[in-house]
Every structure is written in C-alpha cells, then in structure tokens.
Design a protein around this ligand. Structure first.
Ligand code: C5P
Length: 221
C-alpha cells in the first residue's frame, strides 16, 4: 500500500525568533513510517521539526501547520493510507510580527486563532483510509470516539499522555485503537517500534476490510 505518515510537532511563528509548539518528539510517527517501509509499503513521511535521524525513505520536512496542511493535501492525491500522527497545532498567533517583539515589563496577551484542522479538511468521500491519533490526559474513550466521528477518521489511536512513562517524549507507548465498527483493541506498554509494527498490521487489515466493503457497495449500486 501507499502510506502517508505525519510526525512531530508544528511551529507557529510569533515573530522572527519565537514560535508556539508542543512536546511531540516525532518518535511514534517515525517508528510507524519505518515499520511500514520494512513491510515493503511505499511511504512518504511528512515531518515537523524533530531531532531524529532521517530514515531511508521519502521524507518531506515542514514547519508550520499551514505547510503540513499543504503537504498532506498534495500527498493524499496518491495514497491508500494516511496516518496523522503529527501533533499539529490547534491554535496559531493571529498576527506574526516582522520584527522581533520587544521585552515589556507589563503583562500582555497574545491573540490566537484556530489552526486549520487537516483531518477535518479531508474530503468525506475519498478512496484512502485515515488513521488519526488522540493524545489525551483524561476521558480517553469519550474523547477518542468524539474525534473518530468529528474528524471523520476510519480509526483513532488513543494514548494517555498524562502518564510520563508513555506518550509524547518517551521511547515507550501504550495505545487503545477505536474503530468505526467493532470493539476497541489495546496494545500494552512496549517500545514505540514494537507498537508501530502492530499498528501497521492492524491498519493494513482494517484498511483492506474498508476497501472491500466500499467495493461491495459500489458493485451493488
Ligand atoms: O484535536 P486534536 O489535536 O487532539 O486531534 C488529534 C488528531 O488530529 C491527530 O491525528 C492530529 O494529527 C490531527 N490534527 C489535524 N490538524 C490539526 C490538529 C490536529 O489534522 N490542526
């Protein structure tokens, strides 16, 4: 299959030297891209700024959520599976100043506007499979199911980022996968490359079932 995998954080500029970002290391997304590549899938990895060595596959580097948006939209024109593992900004500064903001002694507020949601912007009627991620600190199942519906994903991979032993900057992870149909599946705590291999297997099986169902529906009508 042709995989597009996104990884890492985005950086939303405030001025020429400052930005808003998050603690995503990119490790989970890179591990998924590498696991899919090892299984001989074609892989495009779209990465925000991370400190990881570049894997030997098609790597596109981006910085802002707008760059990630454009890169994903271009890449999904020719893909079977999109895995949105990147921690894309939810908000960005309303204005970016062209010169460095001066230090002030009084409080000030930074106005933020919502960043474009890449998953929500994807066409509803599409011929590729979409797996989204949900990094949650509470109400994991409720939030993950809400994202599955609201972001129109075929699958949501949820993890508890309030537990510092797993998730964002850690080498380990533990996830629960929520599907459009059927019961959730959990993968117990393990190194991210071990989790990634299992995820790629589950993604391929579920994507194949989704494509088969779609073909059956098309043949019926
Ligand atoms: O709403 P939240 O940011 O928790 O959703 C996480 C999922 O949404 C991830 O798959 C992430 O890649 C995706 N996302 C997106 N565009 C954004 C923010 C998040 O596609 N602007």
């Amino acid at each position: 299959m042709k995989f597009v995998v996104t990884a890492g954080p985005t950086r939303e500029p405030i001025d020429p030297v400052r930005y808003l970002s998050n603690r995503s290391s990119g490790k989970m997304g890179y591990a998924i891209a590498e696991a899919a590549f090892e299984e001989r899938h074609e892989v495009v990895l779209i990465s925000g700024p991370v400190c990881l060595p570049p894997p030997p596959l098609n790597l596109l580097r981006v910085s802002t959520s707008d760059e990630m948006f454009d890169a994903v939209h271009a890449a999904v024109r020719d893909c079977d599976v999109l895995v949105m593992c990147a921690a894309v900004a939810d908000y960005k500064p309303a204005q970016v100043t062209t010169s460095k903001m001066k230090k002030r002694d009084e409080k000030f507020s930074l106005e933020l506007v919502p960043a474009r949601d890449i998953l929500q912007s994807l066409p509803r009627d599409r011929d590729f499979f979409v797996a989204g991620f949900a990094a949650e600190t509470n109400d994991i199942e409720r939030n993950a199911r809400e994202k599955l519906r609201h972001k129109n994903c075929n699958m949501i991979i949820a993890n508890d980022v309030s537990d510092s032993a797993i998730g964002m900057e850690s080498d380990n992870n533990a996830v629960t996968i929520f599907f459009e149909y059927g019961a959730p599946k959990s993968i117990a705590c393990a190194p991210k490359n071990v989790i990634a291999r299992q995820l790629v297997k589950i993604i391929c099986e579920t994507a194949q079932k989704t494509f088969d169902k779609k073909n059956l529906r098309m043949n019926d009508s």
